[in-house]
Design a protein around this ligand. Sequence first.
Ligand SMILES: [Zn+2]
Ligand SMILES: [Zn+2]
Length: 338
Amino acid sequence: MTRDANPVPAASAPVVDRARTVDLVLAFVVTFAPPVALVLGLGLWYTGALVPGPTEFVIVFCMHALTILGVELGYHRLLSHRSYRAHRWIKIALVSLGSMAFQGPVIWWVSIHRKHHRFPDKVGDPHSMYVHGRSGEWTAQGAVHAHMGWLWSRGSIGKGGFTELAGDLYKDKDLFWIHMHYLYLMLATFIVPALIGGLVYQTWQGALSCLLWGGFVRIFLSNHLTFWCINSVLHGVGRRAYDTDDHSTNLAILSLFTWGQGWHNNHHAYPAAAVMSHRRWELDPGAWVLFLLSRVRLVDRIIVVPTDLASRSFKPVKTSVEGQPVRPMPLPSAKESP
Ligand SMILES: [Zn+2]
Ligand SMILES: [Zn+2]
């Protein structure tokens, strides 16, 4: 998408140590600040000291929808899997919104996710509950690890580092810039709701209430429902439409909060497809957005799964997740047709 290339950086020991410290600080903040804020918000509501109004709930809904759209369509379908092509400004908008979801900077997120697809529920998967402790079986400790405990682990990325897993992203100057300015986008995710609250209520209490609910509580709900539930719940609870070589599942209710990623077993069967719904009744709001954008020519080359393939038994096709050319899906032969 871009012509200018950044040199792929080589990490020295102090840089690696600093990165580890930053990882731990962010893990601490994202683990503890949102639940503390939720308890505080509920306490203030219960005592009548700070009662949230419709504005707070509209901000929670809109900011959840926009930031998770950025994660699912930007971080995930566009960059991790290259499952469609986007106009430069759509790419920038989606990745910037994704960076405001408090799920980590883009190159880190993509690296973790590509590694998950490379070793799904196997040794090397950064957040599999089945290989935590290398027991190979489900354990409660493993479930905690899959949900968010993995954020604290050393070596989630592994030997080759970011450059081996997401070297292509370093070469995109827009993505590299957004990655390096993650801190500002993280601050913006709190400043925006506080500003809206200040403007709507014209009081400091209004700004504070919107910061609490639209910032911290929204991040609590968004990250538990999307980022972490996909890694934990959607590798254990739900229906398996495809016999993939991992434990991924489909769970309709989660697709509503995740722009379609609730169809996680479908996704593991066809990682390169931009459409997560493989059957008529499966809702994938993220794909609707993509088709809408394609109508106005802001995205193209959307990789879809042939609809009639989804209803028959087949061997799942493994496709590249690292920007390599995607192998075509096998089309049903005449003999196989009903
Ligand atoms: Zn998965
Ligand atoms: Zn994926």
